[in-house]
Design a protein around this ligand. Structure first.
Ligand code: IPM
Ligand code: MG
Length: 368
């Protein structure tokens, strides 16, 4: 059988630097585990705009639709701030999510023991934390119509629309319940049903899907503002958090800091199964392009490495190899290897992006 195909889109800022380390791990899987991939690479975001005048060329979009999985670094940067909205780097990423119909965005927030003192919260609040945010990714206020900046009388008005259909809510709810069954069997759904009709519908549909199809899973509902507060008060009360596109964007950044650094968090964006049974999938670190440190070898490649681990688990059914990568990361952190974002109050000398990648590879070798 042919090797599974991967499209790599390093993107902008620190994207190419962290992706360079992931490419070494992909190669390692081929050499040492007989798990070869057909790898191709292309441009996205500002890098694509510079070459083609668009943040995602149609050919790249077509390639993304055809491969088994896409790995993305990051998009955006101050150089592109003044561009028209429609060609901003972020539009490239949003087009990929929308056209691949990647409706379920999985953002695990796990606190590695070696980093429990790095969180801005107290150790006992975060040590052992393991939660999964399931964010709806292809609808809601990110895509709802009408949208735009219009003139009304003698002033301008900015409009975006929060819009959810029952089927959009139901399918992402199913993803959350399925995941919960393989974890601690709890889902907490977050919306603002107290002020938004779309939130009322969200709550009703999630409850219906639960009652009909997943009565064995423990389900609770929470207003998203309370959810934000509970996430920093006592995050271990949660297992799977299910929420919409915009609340999920905010709550997942918040959850990221529980783990010590935004440089640690991977994500998987999954859609419907393709003909070969694999889900449409894009994997990317939760952190952005970090233009302030780009090109300096300071970036932490772990979030991107862990995103590849998620690809092994969710696209290629190689949970054992995913665990091998995660354990290698854990070992490196336990040994005290730290990039600049992981410098504790007691200081120390940070390693470079490349050194961190090499440390993970060495830990992988040691796992054999
Ligand atoms: C994220 C990012 C994106 C989003 C941006 C880059 C468009 O913040 O993936 O969380 O808002 O979804
Ligand atoms: Mg975000």
């Amino acid at each position: 059988m042919a090797n599974p195909s991967l499209l790599i889109l390093p993107g902008d800022g620190i994207g190419p630097e962290v992706m360079a380390e992931v490419k070494k791990i992909i190669a390692w899987m081929g050499d040492k585990r007989g798990l070869g991939f057909e790898v191709s690479e292309d441009l996205v975001g500002g890098a694509a705009y510079d070459k083609h005048g668009t943040p995602l060329h149609d050919d790249t979009m077509a390639k993304a639709q055809a491969v088994d999985a896409v790995l993305l670094g990051a998009v955006g940067g101050p150089k592109y701030d003044k561009l028209d909205f429609g060609v901003k780097p972020e539009r490239g990423l949003l087009r990929l999510r929308k056209e691949m119909d990647l409706f379920a965005n999985l953002r695990p927030a796990q606190c590695f023991d070696a980093l429990a003192d790095f969180s801005s919260l107290k150790r006992d609040v975060v040590a052992g934390l393991d939660i999964m945010i399931v964010r709806e990714l292809t609808s809601g206020v990110y895509f709802g119509e009408p949208r735009g900046i219009f003139t009304e009388g003698n002033e301008r008005v900015g409009i975006n629309t929060q819009r959810y259909t029952e089927s959009e809510i139901a399918r992402v709810a199913r993803s959350a319940f399925e995941l919960a069954r393989r974890r601690r069997n709890k889902v907490c759904s977050m919306e603002k049903a107290n002020v938004m009709e779309s939130g009322i519908l969200w709550r009703e549909v999630v409850q219906e899907v639960h009652d009909k199809e997943y009565p064995d899973v423990e389900l609770s509902h929470m207003y998203a503002d309370n959810g934000a507060m509970q996430l920093v008060r006592w995050p271990k009360q949660f297992d799977v958090i299910l929420t919409d596109n915009l609340f999920g964007d905010v709550l997942s950044d918040c959850a990221a800091m529980l783990t010590g650094s935004l440089g640690m968090l991977p994500s998987a964006s999954l859609g419907a199964p393709m003909a070969n049974g694999r889900p449409k999938a894009l994997y990317e670190p939760v952190h952005g392009s970090a233009p302030d440190i780009a090109g300096q070898g300071k970036a932490n490649p772990i979030a991107c490495i862990l995103s590849f681990a998620m690809a092994l688990r969710y696209s290629f059914d190689k949970g054992d190899e995913a665990t091998r990568v995660e354990k290698a990361v854990e070992k490196v952190l336990a040994e005290g290897v730290r990039t600049a974002d992981l410098m504790g109050p007691d200081g120390g000398t940070p390693v470079t992006t490349v050194q961190m990648g090499a440390a993970v590879l060495a830990a992988l070798d040691a796992s054999l």
